[in-house]
Design a protein around this ligand. Structure first.
Ligand code: SF4
Ligand code: SF4
Length: 460
């Protein structure tokens, strides 16, 4: 999945997305990780490599990839995206070499790096390195201690929250910019406000909320992957999978808080992407784009797959020692993979009012059948539809502001004015029950105070 900063509210990433500008999620330590989070879809990928004791990218491969990746780009900025497994397992020297190779092969292009980590191994040395090299760090954290530790544990089952917070302290100490990636699962989904407020307190300026949707095969063969691709057929939902409707409510709760208080102060990837789609711009994230296929994944041994979400044998494109990276990116197979996101949408999606914002989300999650019985509907459809319909009036307002070259953050005043007006119109009589819900009479409660509660006046 494409990760990082998005479009209109944040950076000029949009301008960078052109032909021959693609991403490769790099897995320098393969699926290896020092943690063992219950819902992780990547740990079991070690089966693809015969379960070796270690999976580590060699310096030789690092150099080869760096050369090919930079040369293949026809744009002035190239983004390296480090992921896992856990990339810090490679040690700092590996990444010092990565920077050396980037300088060696840059050919005048600007090189950026994004580094996704569970944060537990960060220390002064790592953070000094991130700062010195202007590396954008993404921290995986699922919210408050209780929410985070529910699934994110070590191999021995120990909680990890305190170690992650220690890592965040190091980032702050060295003034390293970081964003957060939170997996929305069956457990933390009911604690949206709590999660959002907590993440703001950590200092995260840019938040990603990724829904976890996995299916487990009944196959008892230990050598096969248990978490299956959507085309697999019969499989049962993994217990940590988020409910579709719950996910929609989670997003709506955070959105309502954000759009009233935090626009242009905090960035939430799906809100940014949605605004871009309303404005007819590139959403900057593959799942809400019409087509995909320009975010590949490369393993520690040079094996390249169509996408980080499709590291399955059927989506293997080749190895960069045998096939040049650009040939894989430009291959018919990869083209078909990306265009299929649009071409395989069922009629139900094609006639959906919010398709322009949703685009059927990620193909990995399309394993339901539509009410007409056509396969290929996204498991999250119900929640996505709720969310996109809910945000519509606010997005339309912000789009108008953008087109008039005014800040979209004006939406906060617009809401305040609308809600104050609604409150005034709904002003109850002295002896009516107070709209704040206290159960007391209005005259004994909120009468005479400024508008008592935006919620009490109903929605827009
Ligand atoms: S399958 Fe497509 S939409 Fe889904 S994560 Fe991969 S690139 Fe993005
Ligand atoms: S909201 Fe549902 S029907 Fe509409 S495009 Fe998304 S997945 Fe398809």
């Amino acid at each position: 999945m494409q990760k990082g900063k998005s479009t209109l509210l944040f950076t000029d990433a949009l301008k960078l997305k052109r032909p021959n500008a693609f991403q490769v999620m790099l897995k320098p330590a393969g699926p290896a990780c020092n943690l063992n989070c219950n819902y992780c879809y990547y740990l079991e990928k070690s089966k693809l490599f015969g379960n070796p004791a270690t999976t580590r990218m060699s310096d030789e491969l690092l150099e080869e990839f760096t050369r090919q990746f930079i040369e293949a780009h026809e744009v002035p900025v190239v983004m390296f995206t480090w992921q896992g497994g856990e990339p810090t397992l490679m040690g700092l020297d590996f990444f010092r070499k990565a920077i050396e190779y980037q300088k060696k092969y840059s050919g005048g292009k600007r090189i950026d790096n994004a580094f996704q980590t569970n944060g537990t191994l960060l220390n002064d040395d790592w953070c000094r390195f991130f700062k010195d090299n202007n590396i954008l760090v993404g921290i995986s954290i699922d919210g408050t201690e209780k929410n985070h530790d529910h699934y994110r544990r070590t191999r021995s089952g120990a909680p990890t929250f305190k170690r992650v917070m220690k890592g965040i302290e190091f980032l702050h100490r060295h003034s390293v910019e970081f964003n957060t990636l939170s997996v929305v699962n069956d457990y933390n989904v009911s604690m949206a406000s709590e999660t959002y407020r907590f993440l703001k307190k950590t200092g995260s300026g840019f938040m990603q909320f990724l829904p976890v949707v996995e299916r487990i095969s009944d196959n008892t063969d230990d050598k096969s992957l248990k978490l299956v691709a959507p085309v697999h057929g019969e499989a049962k939902l993994a217990p940590w999978t988020v409910g579709a409707r719950d996910y929609g409510e989670f997003l709506i709760t955070i959105f309502d808080e954000w759009v009233r208080n935090d626009v242009a102060k905090y960035y939430v990837q799906i809100f940014d992407a949605t605004l871009a789609n309303f404005a007819g711009e590139n959403p900057g994230i593959c799942v809400y784009n019409e087509t995909c296929g320009d975010a590949l994944a490369m393993e520690h041994n040079g094996d390249v797959y169509s996408c980080d979400h499709f590291v399955y044998p059927d989506y293997y494109l080749g190895n960069i020692y045998e096939t040049p990276l650009i040939d894989m990116v430009k291959s018919q197979r990869q083209f078909d993979f990306g265009i299929d996101k649009r071409n395989s949408l069922p009629r139900y999606c094609l006639t959906c009012d919010v398709r322009f914002a949703c685009h059927g989300e990620c193909p990995k999650h399309r394993f339901l059948t539509t009410p007409e019985g056509t396969p290929g509907l996204n498991y999250l459809c119900e929640g996505l539809k709720m969310f996109f319909n809910h945000v519509k009036p606010y997005m339309e307002f912000m789009t108008r502001e953008l087109k008039a070259k005014r800040p979209p953050a004006n939406v906060m005043n617009w809401i305040r004015n609308r809600e104050n007006q609604a409150v005034r119109q709904a002003r109850p009589e002295r002896n009516d029950p107070c709209p704040c819900g206290s159960g007391r009479k209005f005259k004994n409660c909120c009468a005479g105070k400024p508008p008592w509660s935006f919620q009490a006046a109903g929605n827009l």
